[in-house]
Design a protein around this ligand. Sequence first.
Ligand code: UD1
Length: 421
Amino acid sequence: MDRLRLQGGHALHGTVPISGAKNAALPVMAACLLTDKTLSLENIPNLTDIRAMLALLEALGVDCHADLTAHRLHLSARFVKNVTASYDLVRKMRASILVLGPLVARHGKARVSLPGGCAIGVRPVDLHLKGLEALGASITLEDGYICAEAPKGLIGGTVTFPVVTVTGTENILMAAVLARGTTILVNAALEPEIVDLAECLNAMGAKITGHGTFTITIEGVPVLKGTHHAIIPDRIEAGTYALAAMMTHGNLILKGRHLGQLLPSVFATFSQIGAHIDQKEDQVTLSSSMLRACDITTEPFPGYPTDLQAQVMTVLSLAQGSSIIRETIWENRFMHVAELTRMGADISVHGLTAVVRGVSELQGAPVMATDLRASFSLVLAGLMAKGETIINRIYHLDRGYEAVQDKLTACGACIERIPAE
Ligand code: UD1
C-alpha cells in the first residue's frame, strides 16, 4: 500500500483549484438510471469512489464513457440488464445505496446489498427503506440484500424523516421523480449536494420545488430526458485546504464557484479561530497568523459539517487554549485522536466529546490513516509537525481528495508519495 512522507514546517502559499464535489457527483451519477437518454456530466472529480460508482453502473448495464482526467462523464442507461448491486461493489463504497431509489422508480425492482457498518459508525439505511415503502414499494431483506419491488410503479406520498439524512433524502428524491402524483419530503436535508441533485433532475424534466429547504415537493413525471450538468465545487475539500493555510500560517487562494455560500458556518468558525478570509464570487483567499481555541459542534447543513471535524481538530491542537469538539452525526468519528496524540497533541475523548488542549508543537511520527477525513487530519498534522511524518493506508485519501500531493506541493509543501514495495 502506498504511503505519504511529509517534512513539516513549510507555510503554504499559492492557489488551490477546488475539485468537483464527490458527494454531489455520486448521487447525480446514480440519477442516470432514471432515463434512457444520455446524462453528460462535467467537473467530476478523479477519485476512486467515482471509479467505484462507474463500476457499479457498468455492472447494471449503463454505457459509461469516462474521461476522468478531463473530469467528464457520459452515462447512458438505455438498456439496464440487471438490477442487483452486489455485496462486492457496495462494500467498497457505501454510496452505492443511491442506485436503490432510481432502479425501483424506473424498473419496478432492485436488489441492493445492505451496506453494513463502517469505520465511523453503524450507518443504517432504515429511513431509505421506510421512504420507499411510503411510496408503495414492498421491501424484504434476503441473504443480506434489500429487495425492493413496485411492479406497477411508485405512488407519490408524504415521507417524514425523523432525523436529517443526506443520502436518504437523495434516494427518496430520485425515487419520487418518476412516481405517480405528488411526494412531499418533510425534514429533508438542506445540503448543497441535494440542491445540486435536484437542479440536475429538474434539467432532466423533473418537477421539484423547495430543495434547499426542509420541505421538498416533487410532482411525478412519466419520463425524464438527458441533460448536461456541471457538479458544484467540493466544500469539504475547500474547507480542508482552508485549514491547511491556517495550520501552516500561510496564505491560500481557493478557486471555486460560490465557496462562501457553500461553507457559511465553516468560514464563521475559521474566523473565530483566527483566519482572515476574503470572499469573492469564484475564489476565497485565506490566511492566518495565530490560532485561537474554539468550541465546535457538528451538525447537518448549514451547521459545521462532520466531514471537517477531524481536520479542524488538528488545527485546534496547536491553538492557544482549550477547545471542545462535539460530534453529533457519527458515533465513532474520533479515531484520528490516537494518531494525533502520538504526534504530541493533547486531546481527551469523553463519549462524543473531545477536549483539545493546545500545545506549542507537534512532532513527526509514523501514523495510520483510519478513514477518509481522518486521513487529511494527519496530513495537516504532518504539514506543521517537526521532522518527518509517514502516513500509512492512504487509500482512504484517494477515495475523496483529488491529487493531494500535487495540490500541496504546488503551494510549497514537502510531501511525497512512497509507492508500495
Ligand atoms: C453523513 C453526513 C454527511 C457526510 C457523510 C459522510 C449529515 C447530516 N450527514 O451523510 O454530511 O458527508 O455522512 O461523513 O451530516 N440515519 C438513520 N437511518 C437512515 C439514515 C441515516 O438513522 O436510514 C442516521 C445516521 O445514523 C446518522 C444520521 O442519520 O446519525 C445522518 O446520516 P446520513 O445523513 O444519512 O449519512 P450520510 O448520507 O452518509
